[in-house]
Design a protein around this ligand. Structure first.
Ligand SMILES: O=C(O)CCC(=O)C(=O)O
Ligand SMILES: [Mn+2]
Length: 185
């Protein structure tokens, strides 16, 4: 993948560990259904979200105040930090309740993110398609399947040259939780 720094660790978390994290997080995260501005109108995001960590974060027009780290989140963070080589100070968490929930094309390039910062993305639950496309050529796409327990790292110029999305699917599938650990300025 050119102009990108992407490292994929499939199955970093074992299936029993991952199932346990999925249950823990489903039940104990303070999930929110946030509105987002879409062509000037407030619509609800097609997924539930939560934000934990040490610093507030502005994301797609929403100012998010962080909740305090939980033991489960700190445990996951401690596994990925040695691989990422950074200390993450925040995590944005997405709950895709079923195949209808999704996230549209975007780059993780909000101003609050440390420039070129590493994003550590951990997935639990249902397998979903994760697509990259070049910002200067939307036909140029790369597809990954993110499974239970997978860890995907994006760094360097990835966000500058590529967008990503998790599209909806007509398949009858269960929930998926994705945690994107970040370094906020
Ligand atoms: O669910 C995913 O794998 C991606 C989530 C994402 O891109 C984000 O929260 O910025
Ligand atoms: Mn993203």
């Amino acid at each position: 993948m050119e102009n990108a720094d992407v490292v994929f660790y499939p199955g970093l978390f074992s299936p029993p560990q991952s199932d346990n994290f999925l249950t823990q997080l489903s039940n104990h995260i303070n999930w929110r259904h946030e509105p987002i501005k879409f062509w000037g109108k407030d619509v609800l995001q097609p997924r539930l979200t939560a934000y934990y960590g040490d610093k507030p974060y502005r994301y797609s027009g929403i100012a998010m105040q962080p909740a305090s780290w939980t033991p489960t989140l700190l445990e996951i963070k401690s596994v990925i930090e040695p691989l990422a080589g950074v200390n993450f100070n925040a995590v944005l968490i997405n709950l895709y309740r079923d195949g209808n929930d999704r996230i549209g094309w975007h780059s993780d390039d909000e101003k609050d993110l440390a420039h070129g910062c590493v994003i550590g993305s951990v997935s639990f639950g249902a397998t979903r398609r994760f697509l990259f496309r070049r910002r200067d050529n939307h036909h140029r796409k790369i597809e990954l399947l993110l499974h239970n327990g997978d860890f995907l790292m994006m760094a360097g110029t990835t966000q500058q040259f590529w967008q990503h999305q998790v599209p909806k699917t007509a398949k009858k599938i269960g929930p998926r939780i994705n945690l994107t650990f970040r370094v906020i300025k």
